[in-house]
Design a protein around this ligand. Sequence first.
Ligand code: ARG
Length: 286
Amino acid sequence: MSETLAATTAPTTARRATPRSYLMCRPDFFTVSYRINPWMHPQQPTDTALAVRQWQSLYDTFIGLGHDVQLIDPIDGLPDMVFAANGGFVIDNVAYGANFTYAERQPEGPAYMQWFGEHGFRVAEPKNINEGEGDLMLVGDTILAGTGFRTATESHREVADLYSREVVSLTLVDPNFYHLDTAIAVLDPLTGDHDANIAYLPSAFDEASRGILAERYPNAIHVSPEDAAVLGLNSISDGLNVVIAKRATGFEASLRERGYNPIGVDLSELLLGGGGVKCCTLELRK
Ligand code: ARG
């Protein structure tokens, strides 16, 4: 088996699923026409119809698990809009808007903010560069905030003030894992016992951040580079069911050992844009 465990296996707690509400965007206009991360190769062809079919299987999986899925209309000319996780960060019915790093994605920020405003969320306009839930992840009452490639540390402070929650900054160092949600999976934000409630790829972080993660989450699952390289960490958990990349078989086995129910989906076409399960999904916390 390729994955390693951070510490001796913690006592198994009964995992419990809670229904979630998600926002997704059909990849009707998905393609790779520019390069803003190492996964993207604009000269290689993409199959938009296949992307839509694969995305549909993710949507159907969430519905099958009993989750609520809202949809935002895709916009022609914004091929990355399918990666809804970057559209904002929503807690307590407050949507912190995204302010994208690269010009190619900047129009997505206002589009998502408009959706939040029209669907009953209070919208907080961002003052600093941030890519939403791609770099901002809620674990229990703590917000883990990524920086290094996209989201600016100034936005971490903005988020701390906005939500009055502890924000822990983590620095990403590997360009293949440019968003926090490609390097960390939040598995069980509801239990405070630190029993495998996150999984991560240690080598994606600088030394200081690795120290912080090891101290806070001693029983985290450490995934292998092989599983991370198929964006295995880019996953969605409801506390029991964890929707992951089908090819992340080592991570799948670790999840099973820790009492989770992994469910594999194939999003190979969207991987050409550098995104996976989590990138396609924004949690709406009301
Ligand atoms: N092509 C997109 C970008 O580079 C992919 C975004 C992936 N999203 C995520 N939450 N990791 O911005």
